[in-house]
Design a protein around this ligand. Structure first.
Ligand code: NAP
Length: 247
């Protein structure tokens, strides 16, 4: 591999937005390091795109440290690992679900970013791209576990922009609306029917749609920082307002 090859790390690369992003960054010439817990999936994808698959559980500090040791250099970090568990009123909140969401979205992003920042800065042109959500911009009923975690993840990401001003690193927040991935199946504990209903009657974004935008941000010249990009399907006006066609 040439010493000029740019390295990109994608967390949560085993499905959805992360897998699509790994493919598109590789097509743009990046050497991609893929992290996720489902190792069989990242192994297959790494073989397909000529990348490197490394097991990663962002909720486990030892796993993060072993992962980062395998990343020789890093120009782009895509903080994508994350998700939601359940839908419940605050009065009925399930603490284990909250813990999962905060550990994965918030502390996971903190751990990986903190560990890779030295390599990003040493690259001379680092870029942290964090996938938050419209749930980082709005709250909605029954969604407080996820909206609070995404707000916190976004606050962490946005803080870095000021803390590293003047240093060779960019920070881009990507805030998607409805994207059809495994996200809703995970949220509803594998209930495929309930997950499908989330996207019924509208045309959601695809993982590729979001990956296109991430890849666009990652391929701008070094002086251009796309700060925040919100993307939603045409059928979605806000986190709570969608247009659905009758079946
Ligand atoms: P997805 O298909 O469920 O993918 C989630 C990814 O996160 C998987 O690769 C999963 O890999 C990984 N992950 C989960 N827990 C992890 C952990 N502890 N350690 C390492 N990786 C972990 O859903 P997606 O829609 O592509 O989600 C990607 C990101 O987009 C998430 O941050 C999500 O919150 C955000 N987002 C999604 C939507 C949407 O509507 N789909 C909208 C806005 C924002 P393993 O299970 O193999 O570890």
């Amino acid at each position: 591999m040439s010493t000029d090859t740019r390295w990109a790390v994608v967390t949560g690369a085993s499905s959805g937005i992360g897998a699509a992003t790994a493919r598109k960054l590789a097509a743009e010439g990046f050497h991609v390091v893929l992290g996720a817990r489902r190792v069989d999936r990242i192994n297959d994808l790494a073989a397909e795109i000529g990348g490197l698959a490394v097991p990663l559980d962002v909720t486990d500090p030892d796993s993060v440290s072993a992962f980062v040791d395998r990343v020789e250099r890093c120009n782009v970090l895509v903080n994508n690992a994350g998700g939601a568990k359940g839908l419940a009123k605050v009065s009925e909140a399930v603490e284990d679900d909250w813990r999962w969401m905060w550990e994965t979205n918030v502390l996971g992003t903190l751990r990986i970013t903190k560990a890779l920042l030295p390599k990003l800065l040493a690259s001379g042109d680092g870029h942290v791209i964090t996938v938050t959500s419209v749930a980082a911009l709005e709250v909605y009923d029954n969604g407080s576990g996820y909206t609070s975690a995404k707000h916190a993840q976004a606050a962490l990401h946005r803080t870095l922009r000021g803390e590293h001003l003047g240093e060779p690193v960019r920070f881009t927040e990507i805030a998607p609306g409805l994207v059809e991935t495994e996200f809703s199946e995970v949220r509803f504990g594998g209930d495929a029917e309930r997950a499908a209903a989330v996207y019924q009657g509208l045309t959601p974004l695809t993982a590729d749609d979001v990956a296109d935008v991430i890849t666009f941000a990652a391929t701008r010249p070094a002086h251009v920082n796309l700060d925040t990009i919100v993307l939603k399907p045409r059928d979605q006006a806000s986190a709570t307002r969608t247009h659905r066609r009758g079946s």
